[in-house]
Write a protein that binds this ligand. Structure first.
Ligand code: FAD
Length: 357
């Protein structure tokens, strides 16, 4: 027999965790289907480092307000940032740094300590019948009066947009404690973000066109180019290049229709995934969860779905246009300076798609 909830949330990243906390806090019987991660429970001592991400101060405030303060506390203190963009070197922006696997494990333990039911399973499919959403999971079916799809970039989507970009990463956990710092550098065929956490994790991320295949040697060369452009930052790239573990993920900006029907909403990256250059993904994910929680609350209190969907749809389009316009501007500025194919074609792609939604 499948279990019935007011709200079933798919995914326990920042969007899913924030939405579940908000709706459970309003008294709705809420479940989160979360597939966890291979390193859960190992925390910072896991031998292999995963990716590092940056959190702005407003992202930290948003997480805390969403009842996810322990996850916000995973962030380092403000990390100094050196930027090399449009041929100019500057120092701007301060962000906290999180090891993403530690941060995600903390989001899941926030749910553990709340009234949210955690279902450790993989969500496989969603169907709608007789006013209820049926979610097939690896641990059996569950039903919801409403479903929030917060599976991030893994969510099945109705449409895809955006220039085809890929992010290649090298990560290394060293025993040395260091001062937290980051560097952002524009190269001719992409851009690179380097982060060093106080715990000694080194992370380099090179975002470039997905049309080209890169060997590890070529990737290493790009990361060494960064260190050469910023010699004064004394970035410890040699260790990273020699011993870092390599991974890659899509960095394509994407827009999906926010709803599939009454009571169904996509939130966070499942709805609008932006270019990682914005550095705002986690903040926008938590913000979209807040909007969705208000929408689901109104629907479960009796407001017609057509009204709720129109409201969420408007917010979603507005967010997409804002993000795509910002990305177009970022890439256009650098294209004006570099003139290379990567920058001009990415800027042109964003300039077109911002008007398509
Ligand atoms: C290369 C790169 C770098 C980035 N750097 C930054 C940064 O520095 N700062 C920043 O703020 N943002 C950054 N972002 C964006 C940020 O990662 C996302 O915007 C944010 O994580 C979105 O949150 P979410 O909750 O929507 O999705 P996610 O964080 O992707 O969470 C989705 C959750 O759903 C789970 N899940 C997926 N499929 C299933 C399934 N079938 N069943 C059950 N669970 C499932 C996943 O395990 C995961 O826990 C970056 C993105 C990329 C691609």
């Amino acid at each position: 027999m499948s279990r019935l909830f007011d709200v079933v949330v798919l995914g326990a990243g920042p969007a899913g965790a924030a939405a579940a906390m908000a709706l459970a806090g309003k008294g709705f019987n809420t479940a989160v289907v979360s597939k966890g991660s291979a390193t859960e429970g190992h925390g910072p001592s896991a031998a292999l480092a995963g990716p590092v991400q940056g959190l702005s101060s407003r992202a930290l405030v948003a997480l805390t307000e969403a009842g996810l303060a322990p996850a916000a506390r995973c962030a380092s203190g403000p990390a100094a940032r050196v930027v090399f963009w449009s041929g100019e070197r500057s120092e701007r922006g301060l962000e906290g740094l999180v090891e993403r696997e530690v941060f995600d494990a903390s989001l899941r333990s926030c749910l553990q300590g709340s009234s949210v039911s955690r279902v450790d399973a993989v969500a496989r499919g969603i169907t709608f019948a007789e006013e209820l959403w049926q979610v097939e999971t690896s641990e059996g079916p569950i039903q919801g009066r409403t479903v929030l799809d917060a599976r991030g970039r893994h969510a099945r989507r109705s449409d895809e947009r955006g220039p085809l970009l890929v992010s290649w990463s090298l990560n290394l956990k060293s025993d040395e404690c260091r001062t937290a710092r980051t560097a952002v550098v524009a190269l001719d065929d992409g851009w690179c973000w380097l982060a060093i956490t106080p715990g000694g994790t080194l992370h380099a991320q090179f975002v470039t066109s997905a049309r080209q295949q890169w060997s590890r040697e070529q990737l290493a060369r790009r990361i060494q180019d960064v260190a050469e452009k910023l010699p004064e930052a004394a970035l410890p790239v040699d260790q990273l290049v020699a011993r870092g573990s390599e991974s890659a993920c899509a960095a394509v900006a994407r827009y999906s229709q926010p709803s599939r029907g009454p009571g169904h909403l996509r939130i966070g990256d499942a709805a609008v995934a932006m270019d990682p250059l914005s550095g705002n993904g986690i903040y926008e994910a938590v913000r979209s969860a807040r909007v969705a929680a208000a929408a689901v609350n109104s629907y479960l209190q009796g407001l017609p779905w057509s009204v709720v969907a129109r409201f969420v749809d408007g917010r979603s389009r507005e967010l997409w246009r804002r993000c795509a316009s910002k990305a177009a501007e970022f890439y256009r500025l650098q294209a004006g300076w570099s003139g290379s194919e990567f920058w001009t074609s990415t800027a042109a792609a964003y300039a077109v798609i911002r008007h398509e939604v």
